[in-house]
Design a protein. Sequence first.
Length: 169
Amino acid sequence: MPDLALKKVTWREWLGLAAGLLALVALFLPWTTLTASRPEIEDVLKTLPATDVTRDAWRSGFLAWAPLFLLFLPGLAVVLFGRVDAVRRAGLPHLWLMAAIGALLLMLLGWTTLDWQFDADQRGILSAAGIEIGTGLGRYLGLVAAAVSVVVAFFDVRRLRAETRTRRP
């Protein structure tokens, strides 16, 4: 059984886990919000149930919740197994980097397709009423978590390269 001593975990690995945990918190925060520019429409939105006006990642679709798990799982793996030399040399930092980049790309794709959560008829009605589909706090926190994870994973890959580089005589 590999030694799972948490005292050996580096700051990079802790930051990877922190980014993953931030992503998990972002799952339950608003990801999609509806806002109106006209006060009378804004008043109507306030009378609706909160779940109709804001959506968390679970209700915002695959491109909202999937990237967050793609951040959390490698973050957990690098803390648990990042100091196991065989696992590290087998490519755990590279896997972490690819997962973080994939999560970031999925989030950006989700951001560009934000209004696709609603069908064409719903988008038309919302547009005619002056209601805009916007982003919530969870989407921003998820993006920050993905960016942090990408940067830290990149540094971890560079560190692995320095650790495994053979010295020439």
